[in-house]
Ligand binder design. Structure first.
Ligand SMILES: *[C@@H]1O[C@H](CO)[C@@H](O)[C@H](O)[C@H]1NC(C)=O
Ligand SMILES: *[C@@H]1O[C@H](CO)[C@@H](O)[C@H](O)[C@H]1NC(C)=O
Ligand SMILES: *[C@@H]1O[C@H](CO)[C@@H](O)[C@H](O)[C@H]1NC(C)=O
Ligand SMILES: *[C@@H]1O[C@H](CO)[C@@H](O)[C@H](O)[C@H]1NC(C)=O
Ligand SMILES: CC(=O)N[C@H]1CO[C@H](CO)[C@@H](O)[C@@H]1O
Length: 468
């Protein structure tokens, strides 16, 4: 510090100036070489204790409990949640609206068909697109077909054409969200097969400044190595980003007659690309220079049976699960809301109490594929039978779960739910999976969830975004 304070005086004296320059040079080199030899300093993790916003219910019981009990409704004035769906997804919509989004009073639902579901007026977001979208656009034909079917009182079913049509909803959905709620600090975009842990969202947003441009989600690689937030994991955008994206029409550079809707500015891109979430990412970057802040695996694009819980992820907050069937949405919602009251953030290992509740009955499961993949070397006794496979796993420092089928023992250094295997197993006989309860216990897993309070992960491992 002292050196810099006296700088102006000394600079007038030439030799000292040279010496100083030399010193700076040496310092510069030292810092360069230090940087080279040190392992990457910027850890993508940080530990932080956060406040709970929507903990599980305190008062359970009753046949029809209020699953929204304790929901922080006042936060909703700052958060606009948008559910994007399609007319062909009726059962998913119904399930989503009665579970995950049932407490979101100001929810905006956008679809390819205008209708009323419960108390929600579903907006036909495609109706807001310029007529030019329909021109020379075979993918848009499904929209006309839907309309015809509805007019004739027919039910619209899920179809590939409906999926291709879906990509046209992203840009007008973002336009619409900002139009209906221009003062919201955060915009959250979900799809009807996405489960969302609200407490995680609120704890995450409380750490961020909505005035800064934020575009958050699970990274997916698009064309030309561009990255975008995958729609199936939920997308979060800040007011700061919206303001940059859609400046008021009167500011310099735009005129009153110019249409600043994303759906107008990037119409050609959506028509040419496969995916609406990708085009949204490209449009955000093109219009504002803002890149994706990737928060994987907090934003998770994985389906339930594939979700990987390992040592690194043990205390990482979990925000979303993808590809949830209607009955899965219902089951996990009820479980999440009624699990033991706990101030801990919902982290990857919290999910084990749901996916692995069978461990109360014992450490292995027959006719079950745990999705273990690492084959154990051939000469090992592990391949004798399921019992040996399990005891060898116990001896292996990294093994957390194992599977045994067709005389092959496999280990994994993670825990997954996996799925049932047909008892016939294609005539191959037994298929057993098991988990190493001792190591899981050391990591903090409690078979009895009631005792999992004030234990590990009170300070969750929050992810620092990777900007890409
Ligand atoms: C539609 O596409 C055809 C062939 O690609 C082209 O000749 C025609 O001009 C296009 N029409 C419009 C209105 O763009
Ligand atoms: C959707 O499926 C139902 C039952 O399978 C059928 O009756 C109906 O015609 C289908 N709708 C359309 C538009 O194809
Ligand atoms: C935005 O896209 C347009 C059209 O492709 C292109 O000309 C322009 O250079 C892009 N701007 C930025 C900042 O990427
Ligand atoms: C958990 O911690 C809270 C606050 O420190 C305390 O009041 C409570 O008794 C603890 N519960 C258990 C089960 O240890
Ligand atoms: C025994 C075993 O490990 N079976 C399967 C586990 O899961 C992987 C991935 O799905 C399969 O390749 C294995 O055959």
């Amino acid at each position: 510090m002292a050196l810099f304070k006296t700088l102006p005086m000394r600079l007038s004296r030439r030799p000292i100036r040279l010496l100083l320059a030399g010193l700076l040079f040496v310092f510069f080199f030292l810092s360069l070489s230090r940087r080279k030899h040190e392992p990457a300093q910027l850890s993508p993790y940080y530990q932080r204790k956060t406040k709970s916003f929507f903990p599980p219910m305190r008062h359970k019981g009753g046949v029809d409990p209020d699953y929204c009990e304790g929901f922080p409704y006042d936060l909703l004035k700052d958060i606009q949640v948008v559910l994007k769906t399609g007319a062909g997804d009726a059962s998913k919509n119904k399930a989503h609206l009665s579970t995950v989004t049932s407490c979101i009073k100001n929810l905006l639902v956008v679809s390819d068909h205008e209708e009323t579901i419960g108390e929600h007026n579903v907006v036909d977001i495609l109706a807001e697109l310029p007529a030019s979208y329909a021109i020379n656009n075979t993918d848009f034909q499904a929209y006309a077909d839907h309309k015809k079917a509805h007019a004739e009182g027919d039910k619209v079913n899920y179809s590939q054409a409906g999926w291709r049509l879906d990509r046209f909803k992203f840009l007008p959905m973002v336009d619409k969200a900002y139009t209906v709620n221009p003062t919201a600090k955060w915009f959250v975009f979900l799809e009807s097969d996405v489960y969302f842990f609200w407490d995680t969202l609120f704890r995450l947003l409380a750490q961020l400044d909505s005035k800064e441009p934020h575009y958050l989600g699970s990274p997916s690689r698009g064309s030309n190595d561009r990255w975008y937030a995958y729609g199936g994991a939920g997308i979060v955008m800040s007011q700061g980003l919206m303001k940059k994206l859609k400046p008021p029409k009167t500011t310099a550079g735009t005129t009153d007659t110019e249409d600043n809707r994303l759906a107008v500015r990037y119409e050609d891109w959506v028509k040419e690309d496969c995916c609406g979430d990708a085009v949204l990412g490209y449009a955000i970057y093109n219009a504002t220079g803002v890149k994706l802040e990737a928060l994987y695996p907090t934003f998770a694009p994985d389906e339930l049976k594939e979700i990987k819980v390992d040592r690194d992820r043990w205390c990482v907050p979990l925000l979303s699960i993808h590809r949830m069937a209607p009955e899965q949405l219902e089951s996990i919602w009820k479980w999440e809301r009624t699990r033991p009251y706990n101030q801990k953030p919902f982290v990857y290992s919290s999910l084990l109490a749901y996916t692995h509740s069978h461990l109360k009955q014992g450490p292995s499961r027959e006719f079950w594929d745990n999705l273990s993949i690492a084959p154990v070397p051939n000469d090992r006794p592990a391949h004798k039978n399921a019992g040996s496979c399990g005891s060898e796993c116990e001896k292996d420092r990294n093994c957390l779960q194992w599977s045994y089928s067709q005389t092959v023992c496999r280990f994994a250094n993670y825990i997954k739910l996996g799925n049932a295997v047909d008892r016939e197993n294609g005539g191959q006989g037994e298929f057993t999976s098991g988990w190493d309860l001792k190591k899981m216990g050391e990591l903090g897993f409690k078979v009895d969830e009631e005792s999992d309070i004030n234990d590990t992960c009170m300070e969750a491992t929050w992810l620092a975004p990777i900007v890409r």
